[in-house]
Design a protein around this ligand. Structure first.
Ligand code: GUN
Length: 283
């Protein structure tokens, strides 16, 4: 039976540290990390995520602003908000929740965020830095996964890692981080042939496909580490991309859904905001 990578517990530990560091920053330097989140439209899942981000920011002792704008918003309206926060010295992190309503130019908006305030790590400048292995703001979900594996002492050097999914939010940055950690990385996607065989040779599998229980026990070799980034709704219940019940019999470590990767993502967003704040202050 696999050991559970408990994202909820680890997240709580990291958030306690964050809160302490934030309090110290305020005491010593009079600095308060500030985050602005822009939520356009009424996607219910996005509303839940943004609510959790707001709560986490306040709990950490951050200054937090959330702009909720209707789905009828234009690209220009969002660009104006981004520009306002780019120029606001009390804001160190800007996040535009995705997906954006139809007709809004996502690329233009992500490129408008100042790279030093891009706590999502989605600006092409930060994407480039990540891919040449330099320090930068990195996407929260894959960075949370890396932090979780590091905390559990999982060594990635020379390991075969398979990432299922090639999104800009998870799959591609995950692959770049694993390469940086000296893993040998394969990225699988919807056109990949023999996904099952490729996964069966993996020491580490990161599933980010968005298909409920896609990774079954026959994908997994004995002792592999299995990370489940999936968040699917099946009959109203949250369910990952991994068939937890069968895979946990073979894996050495596994993340549950919920309580695995999910809580780490928001914690990482707070860590990124603190990092951006310290950097802005030259600390
Ligand atoms: N939508 C789903 N995941 C994310 C994320 O990590 N950042 C943003 N901005 N939107 C998302």
């Amino acid at each position: 039976m696999a050991q559970i990578l408990n994202g909820k517990e680890l997240s709580a530990k990291f958030r306690t540290r964050l809160k302490e560091e934030t309090a110290e920053l305020k005491d010593k330097h009079g600095l308060v990390p500030g985050i602005a989140v822009i939520l356009a439209g009424d996607d219910p899942a996005s509303a839940v995520y943004v609510g959790s981000k707001e709560k986490a920011a306040v709990e950490a002792g951050f200054y937090s602003v959330v702009d909720r704008v209707p789905a009828s918003v234009t690209t220009g309206d969002i660009l104006s908000l981004v520009e306002k926060y780019n120029n606001d010295p009390a804001i160190h992190g800007i996040l535009v929740q995705l997906p954006l309503p139809a007709g809004v130019d996502e690329k233009k908006i992500l490129r408008a965020i100042k790279p030093e305030k891009d706590v999502d790590g989605f600006h092409p400048y930060n994407v480039g830095l990540l891919n040449i292995g330099e320090d930068c703001l990195m996407p929260c979900t894959p960075l949370g996964v890396m932090n979780m594996m590091a905390d559990y002492g999982i060594d990635l050097k020379g390991k075969n890692a398979v990432v299922i999914g090639r999104s800009n939010i998870v799959g591609k940055p995950m692959a770049a981080m694993l390469v940086k950690a000296d893993a040998t990385v394969t990225v699988c996607h919807s056109k990949t042939k023999n996904i099952k065989d490729i996964c069966a040779a993996a020491d580490v599998i990161v599933a980010a496909v968005g298909r409920a229980r896609f990774v079954t026990a026959d994908f997994v070799r004995d002792g592999a580490v299995v990370i489940d980034v999936g968040m699917n709704r099946v009959d109203g219940k949250l369910c990952g991309d991994v068939d937890f019940e069968s895979v946990s019999e073979k894996a050495s470590f596994i993340t549950p859904v919920p309580g695995g990767v999910g809580p780490m993502t928001i914690t990482t967003l707070m860590q990124n905001t603190l990092k951006a704040c310290k950097k802005a202050a030259g600390l």
